[in-house]
Each structure stands twice: as structure tokens, then as C-alpha cells.
Ligand binder design. Structure first.
Ligand code: SF4
Length: 291
């Protein structure tokens, strides 16, 4: 497997080649550099970390807590049988051990049904999940200065390509280490923006985080799933594809008209919305009228 590029130890990670100690240093420095280069937040900020109990959000929660940032964890229980209940057990344990305050909000309590129950109407699980999850994340992060998510380089390259495939050019600015400041929205921050999925998984394993690596049972229904496979194939054949997408994307987004320029507020709930009524209110009334 070769040796570490910094010392004579055996490399446990390839491309770049690092032993355990130097990989952990490399990874943590990369996250700190993103925070500094993009001015993501300061020690004065009160930060909510959107947590799922998975490797990405657990990793960023751990690094921020260890670095002395003022963080609390916010989790959404969508109600996905034999999946989310397991990841939340891991998250609760992690937060207890690391002395992080955790708040869990559920679809059942907020919208009367679990995600599984809502899908009896044959709606696309990821569409329903995404709309309600974003709504809860924004509503429950209003007392915080920023909300951090665990989106990594792979997630963000997929998001850029998905918006291009669907010609949603006005949504492209959502893929950014930090969102624009918009009234009614808690600013969203992605410190793992330049860390690949492989790097995050290696860090979580090396640190011994108790996180499940199983995926949501609905993942195969997601458009993202197909884009992820395609991008992984490209990356296999053309190393650096995902990073190049993001680098070019960040250069270009300042030049295009974006979604944040046409934001309004929902006449039903007052949350930020691109139309008169927000997607969450529309979806909720469709689900309720189906009963
Ligand atoms: Fe939600 Fe789809 Fe992700 Fe499952 S795969 S957690 S349904 S967005």
C-alpha cells in the first residue's frame, strides 16, 4: 500500500498517502481551512449542527465541538421504519458522551404522520422528505446564528449536476460553502464542502465513531442516487472530476441570477417561499385532503 507522504509509517489512506496520524491532521486542517478561507463562522456564533447520526454530520459535529465552537445538535426524525430510529440511537449516545445538547423534532409531531405513513399516497419519498425536513430545519434553527450541515464534496458535486440535468439554473447557488443571508432563513454552512465522501468515511472509521453505514431504504428511488452512480463512474475514469465541478461552479455562480433574488414569504405560515404558498404548506394540505 506504500508509505505515508509525511513519515515512514505505512499509509492507511491513498491519494493522498497518509498514515493514521497524518490523515487525521490532513482532514481536520482541510475543514479548518474551509472555515477560515470562506469566513464560515466565529467562536461568537451559536451554531446548530443538523445531525442524522450518520458519518458526515457526526464528523463535523465532533470537529467543531473539539475546536471550541458553540455547537448544539438538531435532528429530524422523519419516521422511516428500521432506519432513522437506529441512527438516532447512535446520535443520542454520541451527544451524551461528547456533552452536546441535542434536540430531536419529528414529522409525526409536526405534520401528524411519519414519512412512511405519508407515502401511502404514492408520492416520491425524497421529495416529501426534503420539503418537510428543510422546513423543520429552518423553523427550529431560528435561535441560532448559523446552521451547519454535513454535506460533503460528493453531495455538492451531485447537487450541481442534478440542477443542471433538470435545468434548475436558478437553484445552483445553493451549492456553496455558505448560503447568502436572507431574512427568515438561518444561514446554512457546509464546512465539509471540499472533503470527499471517502475521506469523511475514513475519518469516521479512524475516530471509531459508532455510526451506521447503512443507507435509507428509499435511497434507490432518489434521482440523486443515479447521479451519484454516474459521477462515481466518471471519477473512476477521470480523477478529480467532482472537485473540478465544484471549483468551476464556485467561479461561475457569482455571474448568474439566483433563487435568493426572488424570495417571498408564505401567506399561510410566513416562512420564506418562492411562491405565494410555501412547498411545505402546499404538500401538507394535499396530504390532509387525501385522508
Ligand atoms: Fe429522505 Fe430520500 Fe434521504 Fe431517505 S434517501 S433520508 S427519503 S431524502
Amino acid at each position: 500500500m506504500g508509505n505515508c507522504s509525511k513519515c515512514k509509517e505505512k499509509a492507511i489512506f491513498l491519494n493522498p498517502n497518509f498514515c493514521k496520524k497524518h490523515f487525521i491532521d490532513y482532514f481536520e486542517n482541510k475543514v479548518k481551512k474551509t472555515i477560515k478561507d470562506y469566513g464560515l463562522f466565529s467562536k461568537k456564533d451559536k451554531i446548530a449542527v443538523a445531525c442524522s447520526g450518520g458519518k458526515d454530520s457526526t464528523t463535523i459535529l465532533f470537529i467543531l465541538k473539539k475546536s471550541g465552537f458553540n455547537v448544539e445538535a438538531l435532528a429530524i426524525n422523519e419516521g422511516i421504519d428500521s432506519y432513522r430510529n437506529h441512527t438516532l440511537v447512535d446520535l443520542k449516545k454520541f451527544c451524551k458522551e461528547n456533552k452536546v445538547k441535542l434536540k430531536v423534532v419529528s414529522f409525526k409531531e409536526e405534520f401528524e404522520n411519519t414519512l412512511d405513513e405519508m407515502l401511502k399516497q404514492r408520492k416520491n419519498p425524497c421529495t416529501v422528505c426534503g420539503i418537510f425536513r428543510r422546513n423543520l430545519m429552518n423553523r427550529y434553527s431560528k435561535d441560532y446564528d448559523k446552521i451547519v450541515t454535513g454535506h460533503n464534496l460528493d453531495d455538492e458535486a451531485q447537487a450541481v449536476m442534478m440542477n443542471l440535468f433538470t435545468a434548475n439554473v436558478d437553484l445552483l447557488d445553493k451549492s456553496n460553502p455558505k448560503s447568502k443571508k436572507i431574512k427568515g432563513f438561518t444561514q446554512r454552512i457546509k464546512p465539509l464542502y471540499f472533503c470527499s465522501e471517502k475521506e469523511v468515511a475514513a475519518y469516521a472509521l479512524l475516530k471509531g465513531f459508532e455510526v451506521g453505514f447503512t443507507e435509507c431504504p428509499y435511497v434507490h428511488k432518489a434521482f440523486r442516487h443515479d447521479v451519484r452512480s454516474a459521477l462515481n463512474n466518471f471519477e473512476e475514469e477521470h480523477k478529480g472530476t467532482k472537485l473540478n465541478i465544484l471549483k468551476k461552479h464556485l467561479k461561475n455562480i457569482s455571474k448568474i441570477k439566483t433563487s435568493s433574488e426572488s424570495i417571498a414569504y408564505c401567506s399561510e405560515c410566513g416562512e420564506p417561499s418562492r411562491g405565494k404558498i410555501c412547498k411545505a404548506c402546499k404538500l401538507l394540505s394535499e396530504i390532509q385532503s387525501f385522508k
